[in-house]
Design a protein around this ligand. Structure first.
Ligand SMILES: *Cc1c(COP(=O)(O)O)cnc(C)c1O
Length: 380
């Protein structure tokens, strides 16, 4: 590929700078400072405060769900969401190997074991066909749920991840998981506002989890949100993430092992200011995706765009190169020129903690692992 230098120039022109261009940086163009100062003036900087409540209301409205619970980060939210659908130590959870480490870690924090199933090439997320094929071979449907014939362990949940904001094939996945009586928790950390057939990702599973880390579409500094349409699960999520304390004017009584996972008001203040600008940021990123799409088409490089029936948030944009040699050359030249690019994650079973986990053939995950590169995706 001789044209990588042209690509570097194009990205520099698009961002109107010759300085270093990061993969994704936050934009603070609204009430961020005002709201942060407000929390300090009010002294409510910690886990009680008006911004935490406001953030939860905003998330309910955005995701069109009954209940949103603000948490310290997305990983903690996933950990609690899995526990809430009944994942216990020694259980197994079906997920994809092509994901950020938090997905697998949230399973392991519950004492459970990930089972890695392949992704689809088009969505880069968990493949319903591959999940069904695995369960046809290894699944044993009993009265109290689905068991793995090979290990004897219960398969207590399925945790798909909407890679870079592109939704997985949700209808098909829900059909398969219903058939095998396996509850779904959505790792929607990357897919805030992404839609599948007109409905928000995160609202399909029993629970969905979002992240507001510094590199996500909008940030709380650090933070997360659990969303659900099940009022009981919502109440349980709030209870577990706030030390499982029974409400009382002054007595301390905690009725089970809970967590101190509540999002501080300082972070919620930042998140509220960011969410106010969500539509502008999304439109800005969608415009950038259009510009990239036109350009890379002319270069005969595959730029990933949203699939029919879905809407992507274009959190991190990506191109698919012909092979690993081209990928490595692209990474080398762009990064040496101050245009930050990054390969997709190494598959989870390449990491020491997860190398012994059960998995299927992983043809698609390994294909994508060698070819997908993220390119600068910040709102401009
Ligand atoms: C960002 C992210 C999370 C959660 O990350 P936190 O930093 O804990 O908020 C979880 N899963 C995926 C796939 C992510 O990209």
């Amino acid at each position: 590929m001789e044209n990588i230098k042209d690509i570097v120039s194009f990205i520099q022109d698009t961002f109107n700078t010759k300085a270093f261009i990061p993969l994704h940086e936050p934009r603070f163009r609204g009430n961020e400072k005002k709201y942060l100062i407000d929390t300090i003036d009010s002294t409510f900087v910690s886990s009680v405060g008006a911004y935490v409540d406001r953030f939860e209301e905003m998330m309910q409205a955005i995701t069109n769900t009954k209940k949103a619970i603000a948490v310290v980060n997305g990983t903690a939210g996933l950990q609690v969401a899995l526990r809430l659908v009944g994942v216990k130590p020694g259980n197994e959870v079906i997920t994809q190997a092509l994901t950020f480490i938090a997905t697998a870690n949230a399973i392991a924090y519950n004492g459970a074991i990930p089972v890695f199933i392949d992704v689809d090439i088009d969505t880069m997320g968990l493949s319903p066909k591959a999940v069904d094929a695995f369960l046809q071979q290894h699944g044993d449907l009993r009265n109290d749920g689905c068991y793995n014939k090979q290990t004897g362990n219960k398969i207590a949940a399925c945790l798909p991840m909407h890679t870079f904001g592109f939704p997985v094939h949700l209808d098909e996945l829900i059909q398969v998981c219903d058939k095998w009586n396996i509850p779904i928790v959505e790792d929607s950390a990357e897919s805030l506002t992404s839609e599948y057939k007109g409905r928000q990702t995160g609202s399909f599973g029993k629970l969905g989890v979002f992240s507001f880390n510094g590199n996500k579409t909008v940030t709380a500094g650090g933070g997360g949100a659990i969303v659900t349409n099940d009022a009981d699960l919502g109440a349980r999520a709030k209870h577990l993430t706030t030390t499982a304390k029974r409400p009382h004017p002054y007595e301390f009584f905690h009725d089970e092992l809970g967590y101190n996972y509540r999002m501080p008001n300082l972070n919620a203040a930042l998140a509220c200011a960011q969410l106010e600008q969500l539509n502008t940021l999304l439109a800005n990123k969608r415009e950038l995706a259009g510009i990239y799409s036109d350009f890379f088409n002319k270069q005969h490089i595959k730029f990933r765009t949203e699939l029919p029936d879905t809407k992507a948030n274009y959190w991190l944009m990506c191109v698919e190169l012909a092979d690993k040699i081209e990928r490595d050359e692209f990474l080398k030249v762009t990064n040496a020129s101050g245009v930050m690019t990054r390969p997709i994650w190494q598959l989870m079973y390449r990491l020491p903690m997860y190398s012994n986990c059960q998995r299927d053939g992983q043809e698609n995950a390994e294909f994508l692992e060698e070819r997908i590169i993220n390119i600068p995706s910040s709102a401009r």
